[in-house]
Ligand binder design. Structure first.
Ligand SMILES: *Cc1c(COP(=O)(O)O)cnc(C)c1O
Length: 234
């Protein structure tokens, strides 16, 4: 079941890359394993996936200690200050940096571990109230330049979550604006390469708009069952 799902997702990515004249090797598939257990992660690992995404710091930490194989863990959720050490301990990438305070806290913990923490800044590209991230350009630019000063943080790109809608144009606008913001920041002197955008419902549009990291959960693992706590699944 998971193997079939993964095969279909990979075929869809390849097809969309072909249609939009992109090289599939520029795109990392991050399998979002939140709320799934080690067995499911192992199934996907055995199919060759080496990038996994989690949105809760403690769940990530626990899975890293239980799943002993070496993979790239991506932290993609809202990060509270008191959970930063878990994320820095376990994640190769933190996608959801949205304040100087958080970046500074990440740098502090990375320094303790003598680690260069790769991060992305989360951008709010839609008008939905609930979405996290920074929308103001000068605030983004300032944060980007502050990050350059941090010795143990490497800012590699931007992340966004498109609004929840069936309107393809609205979704496309959200992704294309992330790409334009990246280009503008690079024009101002940053050196960003990554665009983390696209989930189960919209990853094909994200590929067309330049995504380099796709965060895909339910299309691979199936629907998430939140009726039982993640702790009971491990
Ligand atoms: C859960 C989650 C995803 C994956 O969502 P699916 O719709 O299951 O693909 C991607 N990004 C973030 C930030 C998430 O929290």
């Amino acid at each position: 079941m998971i193997q079939d799902n993964l095969k279909i997702v990979r075929e869809r990515i390849e097809k969309k890359c072909f249609e939009s004249k992109r090289d599939p090797s520029e795109i990392t598939l991050v399998a979002v394993s939140k709320n799934f257990g080690i067995d499911e992660i192992n199934t996907v690992y055995n199919e060759g996936v080496r990038d996994f995404g989690e949105n809760r710091a403690q769940e990530l930490d626990k899975k890293v200690s239980l799943f002993e194989k070496k993979v790239n863990w991506h932290f993609i959720g809202t990060l509270q200050r008191n959970k930063v050490r878990f994320a820095v301990n376990s994640a190769e990438y933190i996608h959801s940096v949205d304040s100087l305070m958080l970046a500074s806290e990440i740098n502090k913990h990375a320094e303790k571990l003598n680690k260069l923490q790769k991060i992305l800044i989360q951008v709010k590209t839609s008008y939905e109230e609930s979405k996290a991230g920074i929308s103001d350009y000068s605030e983004l630019r300032d944060l980007g330049f502050y990050c350059k000063e941090f010795k143990n943080v490497e800012l590699i790109g931007l992340m966004t979550i498109a609004p929840l809608t069936d309107d393809e144009n609205v979704i496309r606008k959200s992704f294309s604006s992330l790409r334009k913001i990246k280009d503008r920041l690079n024009g101002d002197g940053l050196n960003l390469t990554e665009l983390s955008m696209g989930m189960t419902s919209d990853f094909e549009i994200a590929i067309e708009e330049g995504a380099t990291m796709l965060r895909i959960g339910s299309a691979i693992f199936g629907e998430r069952d939140y009726s039982t706590d993640w702790k009971e699944k491990l």
